[in-house]
Design a protein around this ligand. Structure first.
Ligand code: AMP
Length: 212
């Protein structure tokens, strides 16, 4: 099954995708995580992407399209994959159709206040890329996976979150109509707990019986 997660930054795309990886046994492809990895490794792509990401802007389409095209050609994507954070523009979606067949686009719908609250509480590990909320860390500032000190992403700072939301409304939200027009859209109202919202995700996929 080839799945897309749509929704504003902070809606929980990455979190639901991570759970689905275990439940469905297919990889999560997060363009944000791939780009942050490229920045950590100081590759040419990473250097190109950094200023856009730090400013809350989208990295140019050509850069991310190439990344996804190469990633989807890898062997572990043969039986399906979960795209988390791609496509983010109609142009990316149109290009994606040239090299992939998407089965469903899950649109996570969530109130702006919740997004802003969540993003200000998000911490990441600069070494392994682990993502946590301050509540999950329970006062600790250390990555539970690798022991590195966690940090706040520059693009999670309040002023940048607002520009990311604006970018989402302008450039990414039109994808809801794009996938609805192709009869692939399923909208999930994320009003409950993580478990409740994930149950809705599974229902939308027709997999309600999978254990968490
Ligand atoms: P994310 O982790 O998905 O919130 O992505 C973090 C940042 O990476 C975004 O704010 C963009 O700057 C960049 N990014 C990730 N995915 C894309 C994409 N599909 N197109 C353009 N920029 C992207």
């Amino acid at each position: 099954m080839n799945i897309i997660f749509l929704g504003p930054p902070g809606a929980g795309k990455g979190t639901h995708a991570q759970i689905l990886v275990k439940q469905l046994g297919i990889p999560q492809i997060s363009t944000g995580e791939i780009l942050r990895g490229a920045i950590r490794a100081q590759t040419e792509t990473g250097l190109k992407a950094k200023s856009y990401i730090d400013a809350g802007q989208l990295v140019p389409d050509e850069v991310v399209i190439q990344i996804v095209k190469e990633r989807l050609a890898e062997k572990d994507c043969e039986n399906g994959y979960i795209l988390d954070g791609f496509p983010r523009t109609v142009h990316q979606a149109e290009e994606l159709e040239k090299f992939a067949v998407i089965d469903v686009a899950l649109n996570l719908s969530i109130a702006d206040e919740v997004i802003i609250r969540r993003m200000s509480a998000r911490r990441v590990c600069p070494k392994c890329g682990g993502t946590y909320s301050t509540a999950m860390l329970n006062g600790s500032t250390v990555c539970p996976k690798c022991g590195e000190t966690v940090i706040q992403r520059k693009d999670d700072l309040p002023e940048t979150v607002l520009s990311r939301l604006e970018v989402y409304r302008d450039q990414t939200e039109p994808l809801i109509g794009f996938y609805d027009g192709r009869d692939l859209l399923k909208t999930i109202e994320c009003t409950g707990t993580l478990e409740e919202n994930h149950a809705k995700v599974l229902k939308a996929l027709g997999k309600e019986n999978l254990p968490l």
